[in-house]
Design a protein. Structure first.
Length: 365
């Protein structure tokens, strides 16, 4: 294992003091320290491509190398600005990529992570990005040399970090921004919905909680499509399914997921039928990867949704009239947006969806 302080000292020694990225469970011990940094030096981006682009702008302004952090699943989002702007053969913008390596061939992981994990090294090689796998303190020496070469050559270098590599004391405690118990809301919603209602739930805790609560309270199964990956794409998948359907289709999205690919919600507002129901489970945090802030608390989602084209908006932030508000939302003949301000997950050891092919077949029946 590597103590986070050694990694931070390495960056400091190389005059790297600006960080931008998308929170990741592998890197949470690192990003939790950055939470206390000045906002000018640490920007939590909505997606990895934005983080890279922010880093490019920072370099153009300061001539200093930025550090961009992400999970390897987000490398695909980052590739556009890396290839078309920062690449050695374009503008030759130097930067350090710090990548949480889910699905590393050495470590057993979930199916969606295994796919990306196996090709992560090949992607970096294809992009001609030199990288170091950080497993011990000794690996920092090699990484240090690569950073120095990147500064000299104006190139991009990366480090790959596997699960349980980074250790740190005194992690930042998760903060609840809102009080409504998420499990209570889920249970109430599922009890009200008909057996024909289909659900699409975003990656992270939303899908795992939905599965857990259905099982715990013996509620109808087989109606859920769990987005085990593809953060930010739940809205589009749910919309695509709803186009030729008449039954209610509910998209259970998170604030971090919505913000990651915000443009998708405009497409839906322009083309979706009223059988499409959008529910934003807003806890103002990246709950499943460390509880980092999404900064969604200052967004007026009523004005936002109405400006996009949603005709009906409902806000739920407590238990008062909860059942009736849900019923009114579901029965609305207009395109509807429901914001639910919920607390962070209180369920320990949430299960993960297994046998994804079986889940797909049951959902499609």
């Amino acid at each position: 294992m590597i103590d986070v302080k050694y990694l931070l000292n390495l960056f400091k020694k190389n005059n790297i003091n600006f960080f931008s990225g998308v929170p990741d469970s592998v890197l949470k011990n690192f990003s939790s320290i950055l939470e206390n940094k000045n906002k000018k030096n640490h920007i939590i981006a909505t997606n990895e491509g934005s983080a890279v682009s922010i880093g490019i702008g920072y370099y153009l302004s300061t001539k200093k190398i930025p550090c961009i952090y992400m999970q390897n699943s987000g490398l695909s989002n980052a590739m556009n600005p890396i290839i078309s702007i920062a690449h050695k053969n374009v503008y030759s913008i130097p930067m350090v990529l710090m990548i949480g390596w889910r699905g590393s061939p050495r470590i057993k992981d979930e199916p969606q992570h295994n796919v990306k994990g196996k090709i992560t090294e090949n992607l970096l090689k294809l992009l001609n990005i030199k990288y170091t796998i950080l497993r011990t303190k000794k690996d920092l020496l090699k990484f240090d040399q690569q950073i120095k070469k990147a500064k000299k050559d104006n190139s991009i270098v990366a480090c790959l970090i596997e699960q349980k590599t980074l250790k740190k004391k005194n992690s930042v405690k998760k903060k609840d921004f809102y009080n409504l118990d998420k499990e209570f809301f889920f249970r109430t919603l599922l009890e009200i919905c008909s057996k024909k209602t289909k659900f699409f739930s975003s990656t992270g805790y939303n899908s795992r909680e939905l599965m857990f609560i259905r099982d715990k309270y013996k509620l109808n199964k087989g109606n859920d499509f769990y987005m085990v990956g593809g953060m930010g794409h739940t809205t589009s998948v749910a919309f695509g399914y709803s186009i030729l359907k008449k039954n209610i289709v509910i998209c259970l999205d998170g604030d971090g997921s919505l913000l990651m690919h915000l443009g998708s919600i405009k497409t839906i507002a322009s083309f979706a039928k009223n059988n499409f129901k959008y529910i934003l489970l807003n806890n103002n945090s990246h709950d499943s990867v460390g509880g980092q802030n999404t900064f969604s608390d200052d967004i007026n989602f009523k004005n936002f949704s109405k400006s996009l084209g949603f005709k009906n908006f409902t806000l739920i932030d407590n238990k008062k009239n909860l059942r009736q508000k849900i019923k009114n939302f579901l029965s609305s003949k207009d395109l509807s947006f429901l914001e639910v301000k919920v607390s962070n997950s209180k369920i320990n050891n949430l299960p993960r969806p297994k046998n994804l092919i079986k889940i797909k077949k049951e959902f499609m029946n």
